[in-house]
Design a protein around this ligand. Structure first.
Ligand SMILES: [Zn+2]
Length: 411
């Protein structure tokens, strides 16, 4: 290991004896008390020195035996250390790829979020092995697919039928020269162009030309389905029928879209763990007996007219949905797990609603005590993120205190 203080977390001396790493409350850590000698040792943790060189430096600084190891253990426990010499073969392979530079900011972001030394590189490398399906190639769906591809997800399939219409073009999604082209073909090219380093478009998956809901069953290795229909009704009132295949195969689903002038992100459905589309249908019908009648009319009234879809709102939804998807794919449970986030023009105040599993739904989520809660790792997902420490900068009282006792009398 060649320990390095995470360069993504900006450090600043809060006082003569306290160093703050990080700016924002979510990820900052306060370190202290730190004496002058320890401060000198900290400056050597830049990833260029292995254990032997560091031990030699510690001896020169007249630090007692074991003090260096204690410091490193505590810095690692506080999520402040990285290991640029991580020997994971997948990480090495990723680092040597020509597109590695394109992902450096994403890697830095992952190093802020995931605490263990080397965890960021392993997460980024793991994305390459994942396969995600995006249902819908409108302004939201196409942009979500492009973002996931740009973030290093190895395979992003976009399923939609028909041809690109002029009002479906957006800066982050399908380009103007795609108008008139088959939506699935144009979306595949977009995904390929968006990938770090660029990639040739993959062959169309089986059934790609069919509309959302009638495509192929989830294939092995499908990590997530993003349901982003061009018509926002499919997100505002999710149809449980196309979800049956995903529920049967245990494939998680994330809903995202724009309904009229309302942005919708979520829910992220963990089959058998959180409320599914059928749970939503049953629960809403309990509260409003007219709901099934309304939804049936809305769905039957699909028109060729352009649906309302503000380009900025659609882009915001796509960005947020992609971030939620990536958080999940990286091993966490984002705030959309079993919940829906909405914001409406023109005030754009985000509000969330927790969605309770329905006891009569066959998905079985209602039988699980407590269900899945955001922040915990889903079953079957590796959780390299470690134990979360509440924290926050903005004042010593709100900053993470995971590394108190370093320096001074302790070190
Ligand atoms: Zn259900």
């Amino acid at each position: 290991m060649h320990p390095r203080l995470k360069p993504a977390l900006r450090s600043a001396w809060r006082s003569l004896q306290q160093v703050q790493f990080g700016i924002t409350p979510a990820h900052s850590v306060l370190l202290g008390p730190v004496d002058t000698t320890t401060g000198s040792l900290l400056s050597l943790l830049d990833g260029t020195r292995g254990p032997e060189l560091l031990r030699e430096a510690a001896r020169k600084l007249r630090l007692p035996d074991g003090r260096l190891e204690l410091l490193l253990d505590r810095l690692a426990a506080a999520g402040l250390l990285d290991d640029p010499a991580d020997g994971d073969p997948a990480v090495i392979a990723l680092r040597e790829r020509p597109e590695a530079d394109r992902l450096r900011s994403d890697l830095a972001s992952l190093s802020v979020v995931h605490r263990e030394p080397g965890a960021a590189g392993r997460r980024l490398a793991a994305r390459r092995e994942l396969r995600v399906q995006v249902r819908g190639a409108g302004r939201v769906g196409a942009a979500v697919a492009a973002l996931l591809s740009a973030a290093g997800v190895g395979r992003v399939d976009v399923l939609d039928g028909g041809r690109v219409r002029p009002w479906e073009v957006s800066p982050g999604g399908l380009p103007g020269d795609a108008v008139g082209e088959r939506r699935d073909t144009a979306a595949r090219r977009l995904v390929g162009r968006s990938a770090p380093g660029g990639r040739l478009p993959r062959a169309a998956p089986e059934g790609a030309g069919r509309g959302a809901g009638s495509g192929p069953l989830a294939e092995p290795g499908l990590a997530l389905v993003v349901v982003a229909p061009r018509d926002g009704i499919g997100v505002y009132a999710p149809d449980s029928r196309p979800a049956e295949d995903w529920m049967a195969t245990g494939t998680p689903q994330l809903y995202a879209g724009v309904a009229e002038a309302t942005a919708v992100v979520g829910p992220l459905v963990l089959p058998g763990g959180t409320a599914c589309a059928r749970c939503l249908e049953l629960e809403r019908a309990d509260r409003d007996p007219s709901w099934p009648r309304l939804v049936a009319q809305w769905r039957s009234g699909l028109r060729e007219l352009p649906p309302p879809c503000d380009v900025a709102l659609a882009s915001a939804v796509a960005g947020l949905a992609a971030a939620h998807a990536l958080a999940f794919l990286d091993g966490d449970l984002p705030a959309s797990t079993g919940a829906r986030w909405e914001a409406s023009l023109p005030l754009l105040e985000w509000r969330s609603e927790r969605l309770a599993p329905h006891p009569e739904c066959r998905c079985g989520a209602a039988g699980r005590a407590g269900g899945e809660e955001p922040g915990a790792a889903p079953e079957g997902q590796d959780t390299m993120g470690g134990t979360a420490v509440t924290g926050g900068a903005g004042g010593p009282g709100r900053t993470r205190q995971g590394s108190q006792g370093l320096g001074g009398a302790y070190v």
